[in-house]
Structures are given as C-alpha cells and as structure tokens.
Design a protein around this ligand. Sequence first.
Ligand SMILES: [Zn+2]
Length: 91
Amino acid sequence: MPGVNKAQRIALKLLGSAGEEAEEEARSWFLVCPECGHEISYFEAGGLRLGPPSEGRRMRIRCDRCQARVTHDLVHRPEEPGDVSADRPSG
Ligand SMILES: [Zn+2]
C-alpha cells in the first residue's frame, strides 16, 4: 500500500517545524496593557494570524484583566537562559 509518499512527509515535517518556530517566537512577545500593566503573550492574543511580531508594533485589543479596549505595546521578552548566571563558587 502506498500510504504517504516521501515528498508529502517532508512537506509535513517542514510545515510542522516552521509552525513550532513561529509559535515559540510569538510566545516571547508580550502585549502590555497601559491601563493596568497586565501582560498577554502575542501568541495568546492570536498574533500568529496577524503576522510576525516586531518591536514598536502596537495592537488594539481588550485587556483580560481590566477589560479596557486600549492600544497595547508589543515588547520582546525572550526566555531567560535559566540558572546559568547563578552564584557559583569559584576558585
Ligand atoms: Zn488592563
């Protein structure tokens, strides 16, 4: 039986990985509410449909916390590398 051919598999794999990358990127961007400071990730705000995020971009959405429909600033906050910079005994 034929099943999925090689070309299709490769296409699926490529799309899958590209989708994951876009999602990861979108998750490192946040929309900040000017009214209450509440933050929501670009991904949660449905940013994947609106195209790639960029510094200085603004989006008019409704804040989850204060319900104000205002223009949110888009800020980039890549994930911290972790406990790399923690205090370590030297010597
Ligand atoms: Zn708010």
